[in-house]
Design a protein. Structure first.
Ligand code: ADP
Ligand code: MG
Length: 471
Protein backbone atom coordinates (compact mmCIF):
# COMPACT_ATOMS: atom_id res chain seq x y z
CA UNK A 1 0.00 0.00 0.00
CA UNK A 2 1.15 3.51 0.60
CA UNK A 3 2.97 2.84 3.81
CA UNK A 4 6.66 3.16 3.42
CA UNK A 5 9.46 2.36 5.73
CA UNK A 6 12.86 3.85 5.49
CA UNK A 7 14.53 0.77 6.73
CA UNK A 8 12.78 -1.67 4.46
CA UNK A 9 15.44 -1.34 1.80
CA UNK A 10 18.29 -1.88 4.15
CA UNK A 11 20.38 -4.62 2.64
CA UNK A 12 22.47 -6.40 5.17
CA UNK A 13 25.80 -5.34 3.83
CA UNK A 14 25.43 -2.28 1.73
CA UNK A 15 25.05 1.17 3.07
CA UNK A 16 21.55 2.58 3.29
CA UNK A 17 21.89 6.15 2.12
CA UNK A 18 18.35 7.04 3.24
CA UNK A 19 19.28 6.11 6.73
CA UNK A 20 22.39 8.27 6.58
CA UNK A 21 20.33 11.15 5.20
CA UNK A 22 17.88 10.82 8.08
CA UNK A 23 20.70 10.88 10.58
CA UNK A 24 22.22 13.91 8.89
CA UNK A 25 18.92 15.72 9.01
CA UNK A 26 18.54 15.01 12.70
CA UNK A 27 22.07 16.06 13.40
CA UNK A 28 22.44 19.17 11.26
CA UNK A 29 18.88 20.42 11.16
CA UNK A 30 16.32 20.84 8.50
CA UNK A 31 17.63 24.04 6.93
CA UNK A 32 21.09 22.68 6.25
CA UNK A 33 19.57 19.43 5.11
CA UNK A 34 17.08 21.00 2.74
CA UNK A 35 19.56 23.50 1.34
CA UNK A 36 22.49 21.22 0.80
CA UNK A 37 22.54 17.67 2.04
CA UNK A 38 19.33 16.59 0.36
CA UNK A 39 21.04 17.18 -2.95
CA UNK A 40 23.58 14.48 -2.31
CA UNK A 41 22.86 11.16 -3.98
CA UNK A 42 24.49 7.86 -3.42
CA UNK A 43 26.36 6.42 -6.40
CA UNK A 44 28.63 3.64 -5.34
CA UNK A 45 30.39 2.14 -2.41
CA UNK A 46 33.99 0.95 -2.56
CA UNK A 47 35.98 -0.87 0.06
CA UNK A 48 37.08 2.23 1.90
CA UNK A 49 35.36 5.11 0.24
CA UNK A 50 32.00 6.24 -1.04
CA UNK A 51 31.18 7.87 -4.32
CA UNK A 52 28.37 10.37 -4.01
CA UNK A 53 26.91 12.80 -6.49
CA UNK A 54 25.95 16.44 -6.20
CA UNK A 55 24.42 18.66 -8.88
CA UNK A 56 27.06 21.41 -9.02
CA UNK A 57 30.67 22.10 -8.25
CA UNK A 58 29.62 24.87 -5.95
CA UNK A 59 27.48 22.59 -3.82
CA UNK A 60 30.33 20.11 -3.67
CA UNK A 61 32.74 22.75 -2.39
CA UNK A 62 30.28 24.09 0.09
CA UNK A 63 29.47 20.66 1.48
CA UNK A 64 33.10 19.58 1.56
CA UNK A 65 34.22 22.63 3.42
CA UNK A 66 31.57 22.56 6.09
CA UNK A 67 29.83 19.25 6.47
CA UNK A 68 32.15 16.56 5.20
CA UNK A 69 33.54 15.72 8.63
CA UNK A 70 30.10 15.16 10.04
CA UNK A 71 29.01 13.13 7.05
CA UNK A 72 31.99 10.84 7.37
CA UNK A 73 31.42 10.50 11.08
CA UNK A 74 27.86 9.34 10.54
CA UNK A 75 28.78 7.04 7.65
CA UNK A 76 31.43 5.48 9.86
CA UNK A 77 28.82 4.51 12.42
CA UNK A 78 27.35 2.23 9.79
CA UNK A 79 30.52 1.30 7.93
CA UNK A 80 33.65 1.77 9.89
CA UNK A 81 35.93 1.02 6.95
CA UNK A 82 34.93 4.11 5.05
CA UNK A 83 37.65 6.70 5.38
CA UNK A 84 36.85 9.15 2.65
CA UNK A 85 34.10 10.40 0.41
CA UNK A 86 34.35 11.48 -3.20
CA UNK A 87 31.89 13.59 -5.05
CA UNK A 88 30.96 13.43 -8.68
CA UNK A 89 29.14 16.32 -10.28
CA UNK A 90 25.95 15.04 -11.85
CA UNK A 91 23.48 17.56 -13.11
CA UNK A 92 20.02 17.23 -11.72
CA UNK A 93 17.05 15.99 -13.64
CA UNK A 94 14.94 18.28 -11.60
CA UNK A 95 11.80 18.21 -13.74
CA UNK A 96 11.30 14.46 -13.46
CA UNK A 97 12.11 14.54 -9.84
CA UNK A 98 9.56 17.11 -8.98
CA UNK A 99 6.96 15.17 -10.95
CA UNK A 100 7.70 12.04 -9.00
CA UNK A 101 7.47 13.79 -5.70
CA UNK A 102 4.27 15.52 -6.47
CA UNK A 103 1.83 13.10 -4.98
CA UNK A 104 2.72 13.66 -1.42
CA UNK A 105 4.44 16.95 -1.62
CA UNK A 106 2.22 19.50 -3.10
CA UNK A 107 2.73 23.07 -2.27
CA UNK A 108 5.47 22.87 0.32
CA UNK A 109 9.13 23.56 -0.17
CA UNK A 110 9.28 26.03 -2.95
CA UNK A 111 12.16 27.61 -1.12
CA UNK A 112 15.78 26.69 -1.57
CA UNK A 113 15.51 26.43 -5.29
CA UNK A 114 17.20 29.43 -6.72
CA UNK A 115 20.33 29.67 -4.67
CA UNK A 116 22.77 28.65 -7.34
CA UNK A 117 22.68 31.87 -9.27
CA UNK A 118 25.45 34.01 -8.03
CA UNK A 119 24.28 37.54 -7.85
CA UNK A 120 23.57 39.17 -4.55
CA UNK A 121 20.08 39.88 -5.69
CA UNK A 122 19.34 36.20 -5.95
CA UNK A 123 19.84 35.93 -2.25
CA UNK A 124 17.29 38.53 -1.57
CA UNK A 125 14.39 36.19 -1.83
CA UNK A 126 11.28 37.60 -0.36
CA UNK A 127 8.39 35.22 -0.73
CA UNK A 128 5.24 36.97 -1.88
CA UNK A 129 3.11 34.27 -0.31
CA UNK A 130 4.16 34.89 3.24
CA UNK A 131 2.32 38.00 4.29
CA UNK A 132 0.81 39.45 7.42
CA UNK A 133 -2.66 38.93 5.97
CA UNK A 134 -2.30 35.18 5.76
CA UNK A 135 -0.57 34.74 9.09
CA UNK A 136 -3.03 32.95 11.35
CA UNK A 137 -3.05 34.26 14.88
CA UNK A 138 -3.15 32.33 18.12
CA UNK A 139 -1.99 32.69 21.69
CA UNK A 140 1.43 31.27 20.91
CA UNK A 141 2.39 33.69 18.15
CA UNK A 142 0.44 36.83 19.02
CA UNK A 143 3.32 38.55 20.72
CA UNK A 144 5.73 37.98 17.85
CA UNK A 145 3.10 39.08 15.36
CA UNK A 146 2.35 42.30 17.19
CA UNK A 147 5.98 43.11 17.70
CA UNK A 148 6.52 42.56 13.97
CA UNK A 149 3.75 45.01 13.14
CA UNK A 150 5.25 47.55 15.49
CA UNK A 151 8.65 47.07 13.94
CA UNK A 152 7.40 48.01 10.50
CA UNK A 153 5.52 51.01 11.82
CA UNK A 154 8.22 52.34 13.97
CA UNK A 155 11.52 52.12 12.22
CA UNK A 156 14.48 51.51 14.53
CA UNK A 157 12.55 51.58 17.73
CA UNK A 158 12.97 47.88 18.34
CA UNK A 159 16.46 47.43 17.10
CA UNK A 160 17.59 44.75 16.61
CA UNK A 161 14.36 42.80 16.62
CA UNK A 162 14.98 39.16 17.41
CA UNK A 163 12.39 36.38 16.97
CA UNK A 164 13.07 32.89 18.10
CA UNK A 165 11.17 29.60 17.91
CA UNK A 166 11.62 26.00 16.93
CA UNK A 167 11.46 24.91 13.36
CA UNK A 168 8.24 25.41 11.37
CA UNK A 169 6.66 27.90 13.76
CA UNK A 170 6.37 30.89 11.44
CA UNK A 171 9.62 32.82 11.92
CA UNK A 172 10.43 33.03 8.25
CA UNK A 173 6.81 33.86 7.53
CA UNK A 174 6.95 36.88 9.84
CA UNK A 175 10.36 37.97 8.55
CA UNK A 176 8.99 37.83 5.05
CA UNK A 177 5.88 39.76 5.98
CA UNK A 178 8.01 42.53 7.45
CA UNK A 179 10.29 42.54 4.43
CA UNK A 180 7.34 42.93 2.09
CA UNK A 181 5.90 45.81 4.07
CA UNK A 182 9.21 47.63 4.22
CA UNK A 183 9.57 47.17 0.50
CA UNK A 184 6.18 48.72 -0.07
CA UNK A 185 7.60 51.77 1.66
CA UNK A 186 10.53 51.78 -0.75
CA UNK A 187 13.10 50.74 1.76
CA UNK A 188 16.16 48.86 0.65
CA UNK A 189 15.50 45.47 2.14
CA UNK A 190 18.15 42.79 2.34
CA UNK A 191 16.76 39.43 3.34
CA UNK A 192 19.26 36.62 3.67
CA UNK A 193 19.68 33.44 5.65
CA UNK A 194 22.74 33.18 7.85
CA UNK A 195 23.85 30.21 5.75
CA UNK A 196 23.93 32.39 2.65
CA UNK A 197 25.53 35.28 4.44
CA UNK A 198 28.40 32.98 5.32
CA UNK A 199 28.63 31.61 1.83
CA UNK A 200 28.63 35.09 0.34
CA UNK A 201 31.32 36.12 2.78
CA UNK A 202 33.60 33.22 1.93
CA UNK A 203 33.04 33.67 -1.75
CA UNK A 204 33.79 37.37 -1.58
CA UNK A 205 37.07 36.70 0.16
CA UNK A 206 38.02 34.12 -2.43
CA UNK A 207 37.20 36.41 -5.32
CA UNK A 208 38.72 39.44 -3.66
CA UNK A 209 35.42 41.16 -3.55
CA UNK A 210 35.13 42.14 0.07
CA UNK A 211 34.57 45.76 -0.76
CA UNK A 212 31.49 44.95 -2.72
CA UNK A 213 30.28 42.63 0.00
CA UNK A 214 30.63 45.29 2.66
CA UNK A 215 29.06 47.92 0.51
CA UNK A 216 26.15 45.77 -0.37
CA UNK A 217 25.20 44.86 3.16
CA UNK A 218 25.96 48.24 4.62
CA UNK A 219 23.75 49.85 2.08
CA UNK A 220 20.60 48.23 3.39
CA UNK A 221 17.89 50.15 5.19
CA UNK A 222 16.59 46.91 6.52
CA UNK A 223 18.76 43.85 7.07
CA UNK A 224 16.84 40.68 7.79
CA UNK A 225 18.84 37.62 8.69
CA UNK A 226 17.05 34.31 8.99
CA UNK A 227 18.27 31.41 11.13
CA UNK A 228 21.19 33.18 12.73
CA UNK A 229 22.04 29.98 14.65
CA UNK A 230 23.82 28.85 11.50
CA UNK A 231 26.23 31.75 11.72
CA UNK A 232 28.87 29.57 13.24
CA UNK A 233 31.79 30.45 11.09
CA UNK A 234 35.27 31.66 11.56
CA UNK A 235 36.23 34.64 13.66
CA UNK A 236 36.89 36.78 10.60
CA UNK A 237 33.36 36.39 9.44
CA UNK A 238 31.82 37.10 12.81
CA UNK A 239 34.06 40.11 12.94
CA UNK A 240 32.69 41.30 9.62
CA UNK A 241 29.15 40.58 10.72
CA UNK A 242 29.66 42.51 13.93
CA UNK A 243 30.98 45.52 12.02
CA UNK A 244 28.21 45.40 9.46
CA UNK A 245 25.75 45.14 12.29
CA UNK A 246 27.16 48.17 14.09
CA UNK A 247 27.48 50.21 10.96
CA UNK A 248 23.82 49.57 10.19
CA UNK A 249 22.65 50.37 13.69
CA UNK A 250 24.69 53.57 13.59
CA UNK A 251 23.03 54.78 10.50
CA UNK A 252 19.60 53.89 11.83
CA UNK A 253 18.90 50.86 9.69
CA UNK A 254 16.57 48.26 11.08
CA UNK A 255 17.99 44.84 11.83
CA UNK A 256 15.74 41.82 12.18
CA UNK A 257 17.01 38.43 13.14
CA UNK A 258 15.47 35.01 13.64
CA UNK A 259 16.90 32.00 15.41
CA UNK A 260 15.87 28.68 16.81
CA UNK A 261 16.84 29.71 20.33
CA UNK A 262 17.26 32.69 22.63
CA UNK A 263 20.32 34.91 22.06
CA UNK A 264 22.15 33.75 25.16
CA UNK A 265 21.73 30.13 24.06
CA UNK A 266 23.43 30.59 20.69
CA UNK A 267 26.58 28.57 20.49
CA UNK A 268 29.72 29.49 18.59
CA UNK A 269 28.66 33.10 18.27
CA UNK A 270 30.74 35.82 19.84
CA UNK A 271 29.55 37.11 23.20
CA UNK A 272 29.44 40.68 22.00
CA UNK A 273 27.14 39.74 19.12
CA UNK A 274 24.86 37.86 21.47
CA UNK A 275 24.74 40.78 23.81
CA UNK A 276 23.84 43.06 20.91
CA UNK A 277 20.93 40.76 20.13
CA UNK A 278 19.78 40.69 23.71
CA UNK A 279 19.91 44.47 23.78
CA UNK A 280 17.05 44.84 21.31
CA UNK A 281 13.59 43.38 21.43
CA UNK A 282 13.52 39.61 21.87
CA UNK A 283 10.29 37.65 21.42
CA UNK A 284 9.55 34.00 20.97
CA UNK A 285 6.86 31.94 19.28
CA UNK A 286 5.55 29.06 21.33
CA UNK A 287 4.17 25.80 20.09
CA UNK A 288 0.66 26.19 18.66
CA UNK A 289 -2.20 25.22 20.97
CA UNK A 290 -5.16 23.15 19.80
CA UNK A 291 -7.18 26.18 18.81
CA UNK A 292 -4.46 27.57 16.57
CA UNK A 293 -3.73 24.17 15.09
CA UNK A 294 -7.38 23.84 14.13
CA UNK A 295 -7.38 27.30 12.61
CA UNK A 296 -4.30 26.42 10.56
CA UNK A 297 -5.99 23.27 9.24
CA UNK A 298 -9.02 25.29 8.21
CA UNK A 299 -6.93 28.04 6.65
CA UNK A 300 -4.91 25.53 4.67
CA UNK A 301 -8.10 23.91 3.36
CA UNK A 302 -9.36 27.32 2.30
CA UNK A 303 -6.11 27.94 0.44
CA UNK A 304 -6.30 24.60 -1.32
CA UNK A 305 -9.89 25.25 -2.33
CA UNK A 306 -8.71 28.26 -4.25
CA UNK A 307 -5.91 26.27 -5.75
CA UNK A 308 -7.89 23.39 -7.25
CA UNK A 309 -10.97 23.39 -9.39
CA UNK A 310 -12.49 20.26 -7.91
CA UNK A 311 -14.05 20.15 -4.51
CA UNK A 312 -11.67 19.93 -1.57
CA UNK A 313 -13.01 18.77 1.73
CA UNK A 314 -11.83 17.00 4.80
CA UNK A 315 -14.16 15.31 7.27
CA UNK A 316 -14.46 16.83 10.73
CA UNK A 317 -13.03 13.65 12.15
CA UNK A 318 -9.84 13.98 10.21
CA UNK A 319 -9.53 17.70 10.74
CA UNK A 320 -9.83 17.02 14.39
CA UNK A 321 -7.37 14.16 14.26
CA UNK A 322 -4.75 16.36 12.61
CA UNK A 323 -5.34 19.23 15.02
CA UNK A 324 -5.05 16.91 17.98
CA UNK A 325 -2.15 14.75 16.90
CA UNK A 326 0.17 17.00 14.93
CA UNK A 327 1.41 19.31 17.59
CA UNK A 328 5.08 19.84 16.85
CA UNK A 329 4.88 22.71 14.39
CA UNK A 330 2.73 24.64 11.98
CA UNK A 331 4.78 23.41 9.05
CA UNK A 332 3.90 19.82 9.96
CA UNK A 333 0.22 20.62 10.24
CA UNK A 334 0.25 22.16 6.78
CA UNK A 335 2.26 19.21 5.48
CA UNK A 336 -0.29 16.82 6.95
CA UNK A 337 -3.22 18.56 5.27
CA UNK A 338 -1.36 18.61 1.96
CA UNK A 339 -0.70 14.91 2.15
CA UNK A 340 -4.27 13.97 2.96
CA UNK A 341 -5.56 16.10 0.13
CA UNK A 342 -3.01 14.64 -2.29
CA UNK A 343 -4.06 11.18 -1.22
CA UNK A 344 -7.70 11.96 -1.82
CA UNK A 345 -6.92 13.32 -5.27
CA UNK A 346 -4.80 10.35 -6.23
CA UNK A 347 -7.12 7.65 -4.86
CA UNK A 348 -10.29 9.57 -5.57
CA UNK A 349 -11.57 9.10 -2.04
CA UNK A 350 -11.12 10.55 1.39
CA UNK A 351 -8.88 8.41 3.56
CA UNK A 352 -10.58 7.00 6.65
CA UNK A 353 -9.00 7.42 10.04
CA UNK A 354 -6.77 4.37 9.94
CA UNK A 355 -5.53 5.27 6.44
CA UNK A 356 -4.89 8.75 7.72
CA UNK A 357 -2.70 7.29 10.43
CA UNK A 358 -0.66 5.44 7.85
CA UNK A 359 -0.32 8.45 5.57
CA UNK A 360 0.82 10.64 8.44
CA UNK A 361 2.86 7.99 10.19
CA UNK A 362 6.16 9.80 10.24
CA UNK A 363 4.62 13.06 11.38
CA UNK A 364 2.81 11.29 14.17
CA UNK A 365 6.01 9.71 15.35
CA UNK A 366 7.72 13.02 15.57
CA UNK A 367 4.96 14.46 17.68
CA UNK A 368 6.40 15.52 21.00
CA UNK A 369 8.32 12.30 21.44
CA UNK A 370 5.17 10.58 22.50
CA UNK A 371 6.88 7.36 21.59
CA UNK A 372 9.41 6.89 24.35
CA UNK A 373 11.99 4.17 24.67
CA UNK A 374 10.34 3.24 27.93
CA UNK A 375 7.00 2.71 26.20
CA UNK A 376 8.62 0.56 23.53
CA UNK A 377 10.46 -1.54 26.09
CA UNK A 378 7.34 -2.00 28.20
CA UNK A 379 5.14 -3.04 25.29
CA UNK A 380 7.75 -5.34 23.76
CA UNK A 381 8.31 -7.05 27.14
CA UNK A 382 4.58 -7.52 27.58
CA UNK A 383 4.28 -8.92 24.07
CA UNK A 384 7.03 -11.48 24.55
CA UNK A 385 6.12 -12.11 28.19
CA UNK A 386 9.51 -11.32 29.63
CA UNK A 387 10.41 -8.85 32.36
CA UNK A 388 12.12 -5.57 31.76
CA UNK A 389 15.07 -6.67 33.87
CA UNK A 390 15.50 -9.63 31.59
CA UNK A 391 15.33 -7.47 28.51
CA UNK A 392 17.96 -5.10 29.82
CA UNK A 393 20.21 -7.80 31.23
CA UNK A 394 23.29 -9.04 29.45
CA UNK A 395 21.96 -12.59 29.23
CA UNK A 396 22.09 -13.99 25.77
CA UNK A 397 19.42 -16.72 25.85
CA UNK A 398 17.54 -16.79 22.61
CA UNK A 399 14.19 -16.05 24.21
CA UNK A 400 15.68 -12.76 25.45
CA UNK A 401 17.88 -11.82 22.52
CA UNK A 402 15.09 -11.58 19.93
CA UNK A 403 12.78 -9.42 22.05
CA UNK A 404 15.74 -7.20 22.92
CA UNK A 405 16.68 -6.82 19.27
CA UNK A 406 13.06 -6.18 18.39
CA UNK A 407 12.81 -3.42 20.96
CA UNK A 408 16.04 -1.88 19.70
CA UNK A 409 14.84 -2.06 16.11
CA UNK A 410 11.53 -0.44 16.98
CA UNK A 411 13.29 2.30 18.90
CA UNK A 412 15.44 3.01 15.87
CA UNK A 413 12.53 3.29 13.46
CA UNK A 414 9.96 4.91 15.72
CA UNK A 415 12.00 7.52 17.54
CA UNK A 416 14.58 10.02 16.42
CA UNK A 417 17.11 8.80 18.97
CA UNK A 418 20.67 8.42 17.76
CA UNK A 419 22.42 5.07 17.91
CA UNK A 420 24.54 5.95 20.96
CA UNK A 421 21.43 7.26 22.74
CA UNK A 422 19.62 4.00 22.08
CA UNK A 423 22.67 2.11 23.30
CA UNK A 424 22.58 4.01 26.57
CA UNK A 425 18.92 3.17 27.13
CA UNK A 426 19.63 -0.50 26.61
CA UNK A 427 22.05 -0.88 29.51
CA UNK A 428 24.89 1.00 27.88
CA UNK A 429 25.25 -1.23 24.90
CA UNK A 430 27.68 -0.16 22.24
CA UNK A 431 26.29 1.49 19.08
CA UNK A 432 27.67 -1.37 17.00
CA UNK A 433 25.42 -3.75 18.96
CA UNK A 434 22.52 -1.47 18.17
CA UNK A 435 23.31 -1.54 14.44
CA UNK A 436 23.68 -5.29 14.59
CA UNK A 437 20.26 -5.64 16.20
CA UNK A 438 18.60 -3.39 13.65
CA UNK A 439 20.18 -5.30 10.80
CA UNK A 440 19.29 -8.68 12.27
CA UNK A 441 15.62 -7.78 12.56
CA UNK A 442 15.67 -6.33 9.05
CA UNK A 443 17.08 -9.57 7.72
CA UNK A 444 14.62 -11.70 9.64
CA UNK A 445 11.75 -9.60 8.37
CA UNK A 446 12.73 -10.57 4.86
CA UNK A 447 12.59 -14.30 5.50
CA UNK A 448 10.20 -14.74 8.40
CA UNK A 449 6.55 -13.72 8.02
CA UNK A 450 5.99 -14.13 11.73
CA UNK A 451 8.59 -11.49 12.39
CA UNK A 452 6.84 -9.11 10.01
CA UNK A 453 3.59 -9.80 11.77
CA UNK A 454 5.03 -9.25 15.24
CA UNK A 455 6.67 -6.02 14.23
CA UNK A 456 3.44 -4.73 12.72
CA UNK A 457 1.41 -5.62 15.78
CA UNK A 458 3.94 -3.98 18.06
CA UNK A 459 4.12 -0.90 15.89
CA UNK A 460 0.38 -0.49 16.06
CA UNK A 461 0.38 -0.85 19.81
CA UNK A 462 3.20 1.61 20.26
CA UNK A 463 1.98 4.20 17.78
CA UNK A 464 -1.74 3.97 18.05
CA UNK A 465 -2.23 2.48 21.44
CA UNK A 466 -4.01 -0.50 19.96
CA UNK A 467 -5.60 -3.10 22.21
CA UNK A 468 -3.34 -5.52 23.99
CA UNK A 469 -5.58 -8.54 23.74
CA UNK A 470 -5.39 -9.52 20.11
CA UNK A 471 -2.19 -11.53 19.98
P1 ADP B 1 10.14 28.71 10.58
O1 ADP B 1 10.84 29.77 9.82
O2 ADP B 1 9.83 29.09 12.00
O3 ADP B 1 10.80 27.37 10.50
P2 ADP B 1 8.09 29.11 8.59
O4 ADP B 1 7.85 30.55 8.72
O5 ADP B 1 8.87 28.64 7.43
O6 ADP B 1 8.69 28.50 9.93
O7 ADP B 1 6.68 28.38 8.63
C1 ADP B 1 6.50 27.07 8.14
C2 ADP B 1 5.27 27.03 7.29
O8 ADP B 1 4.13 27.30 8.09
C3 ADP B 1 5.26 28.09 6.20
O9 ADP B 1 4.61 27.55 5.09
C4 ADP B 1 4.47 29.22 6.81
O10 ADP B 1 3.85 30.00 5.80
C5 ADP B 1 3.46 28.48 7.64
N1 ADP B 1 3.07 29.20 8.83
C6 ADP B 1 3.75 29.31 9.99
N2 ADP B 1 3.07 30.02 10.89
C7 ADP B 1 1.92 30.37 10.29
C8 ADP B 1 0.77 31.10 10.71
N3 ADP B 1 0.68 31.62 11.95
N4 ADP B 1 -0.24 31.26 9.84
C9 ADP B 1 -0.17 30.72 8.60
N5 ADP B 1 0.87 30.02 8.14
C10 ADP B 1 1.90 29.83 8.98
MG1 MG C 1 12.58 29.50 8.70
Amino acid sequence: MFSKNNLNNLKTNSLDWNLIQTELKNKLGNEVYESWLKKIHFLEEFSNYLLLSVPTRFIRDWITSRYLDQIIKIVKIYKKDIIRIEFKIVEQKSKNESLNNRNFNLVEDKENISFIKDTYLQYNRIDQNKRFENFVLGKSNKLAYEASLKTIENLSHYNPFYIYAGVGMGKTHLLNSMGLEFKKNNKKVMFISAERFMYQFVKSIKSNNMVKFKEYFRNADILIIDDIQFMNGKEAMQEEFFHTFNALLDKGSQIIVSADRAPNKLSRIQERIKSRFSGGLVVDIQKPDYELRKKIVQKKLEDLKNFYTEEIKLSDDIQDFISTEITASIREIIGAVNRIISFSRVYKKMPNLSETKVILKDLLNLTENKVTIDLIQTLVCKFFKISKNEMLSSRRSRYLVRPRQTAIYLTKILTSKSLPEIGREFSNRDHTTIIHSVKTIERLKEIDPEMVDNINKLKNRILYNEKQNEI
